[in-house]
Design a protein around this ligand. Structure first.
Ligand SMILES: N[C@@H](CCC[C@H](N)C(=O)O)C(=O)O
Length: 334
């Protein structure tokens, strides 16, 4: 039997990095368990593929009316319903395959609009992705907080006596707190988020993405996130979108629906815009880079064993361009 080669694309949005695996590039189909196991092996930061990643974006043919389907597998092998930074890279991947600049991508709960946006800088392509559906319901969040059916700017005493939280599903679950710079950079985020993602707490039994947000000035926030299924990441697109929504709801004097918000993060910067439909429901635009770092070819069976010695890694020139962009914008954000 020949050696089955598997091609993947190393990508990122705001340095929240992934491997795009297109089902078409698999010589042999893989089972659900194999996909989950592959994510754990390939994404491992110590022994994974070329420094690992925050997850795998598994691209398959979608139903009619979409250009493709994106599934999100976290680094721990768990599947998430959405990935904001990831869908921008999948949008670019599909755009460059089908030549369309505006189309829909199928995700677990919705077909989402994506479109090519103006480059953020030379060799820093950018895409605009719809983040939806949005729900504040404790049921949708799989959240148990006393007898609360929703949580907006309120305390969860078991977590903190001083920090107030808001919870929103976009549709993956997010817990968000607006804090001072000192708290943003402190240890509370890790303490709270690691407890809520320990698999046995009563508040979020399925885990939750936790973000601390600092308002830097009107229509400019900084978001630091500890992700479910991953841990600290450079950025989380759905978290930045959810944080923007809560920001608009809690600080309408600073930012309203329809206005662009600059969202800085440890990995760079994106733009968001909160929209409200006539039925009162919300959705967000998430506009940010879609960087292709490298094309990689590995032997499929070796990859499952975590053997990447023979991996072929062909880098693009885009990462240097992105780092230059990120340094420039972050210098301006202080
Ligand atoms: N980093 C992604 C979110 C990935 C899924 C998340 N960790 C979850 O489990 O909900 C993003 O950019 O949104």
């Amino acid at each position: 039997m020949g050696v089955e080669k598997m091609q993947m694309l190393k990508v990122h949005g705001s340095n929240n990095d992934f491997f795009i695996l297109d089902e078409k590039n698999l010589e042999n189909s893989i089972t659900e368990n194999e996909l989950s196991a592959l994510a754990r092996v390939v994404c491992d930061r110590q022994n994974g593929l070329h420094g690992g990643a925050d997850g795998i974006l598994f691209v398959t043919a979608g139903h009619s009316g979409v250009a493709g389907r994106m599934r999100v597998i976290n680094a721990d092998g768990s599947e998430a319903s959405m990935c904001g930074n990831g869908i921008r890279t999948v949008a670019r991947y599909l755009n460059e395959k089908n030549g369309l600049n505006e189309f829909k991508v199928e995700t677990m709960y919705a077909d989402l609009e994506v479109k090519k946006s103006e480059n953020f800088a030379p060799s820093v392509p950018a895409y605009d992705a719809e983040i939806s559906p949005v729900s504040f319901s404790a049921t949708d969040l799989k959240m148990n907080v006393e007898n609360k059916t929703k949580l907006i700017d309120d305390y969860i005493p078991q977590l903190s006596k001083t920090i107030k939280f808001s919870a929103v599903a976009v549709p993956n679950p997010h817990l968000i707190a607006f804090v001072s710079h000192d708290v943003l950079v402190g240890s509370e985020l890790g303490r709270i988020a690691s407890y809520l993602n320990n698999g046995k707490n009563p508040i979020f039994p399925d885990g939750v993405n936790v973000s601390f947000v600092q308002i830097q000035k009107p229509k400019q926030i900084f978001v630091r996130t500890y992700e479910r299924g991953v841990g600290y990441t450079n950025a989380c697109g759905t978290a930045m979108s959810a944080s923007s929504l809560i920001y608009v709801l809690l600080h309408p004097e600073q930012a309203e629906t329809g206005q662009l918000i600059s969202v800085f993060n440890p990995g760079g910067m994106v733009k968001t815009c909160v929209h409200q439909r006539e039925d009162g429901s919300y959705w967000m635009s998430l506009i940010g880079n879609a960087t292709f770092v490298a094309e990689v070819t590995v032997d499929q069976s070796a990859a499952f064993k975590g053997d990447f010695k023979e991996a072929v890694w062909n880098e693009t020139n885009e990462q240097d361009a992105y780092e230059e962009f990120a340094a420039q914008v972050q210098g301006g954000s202080r």
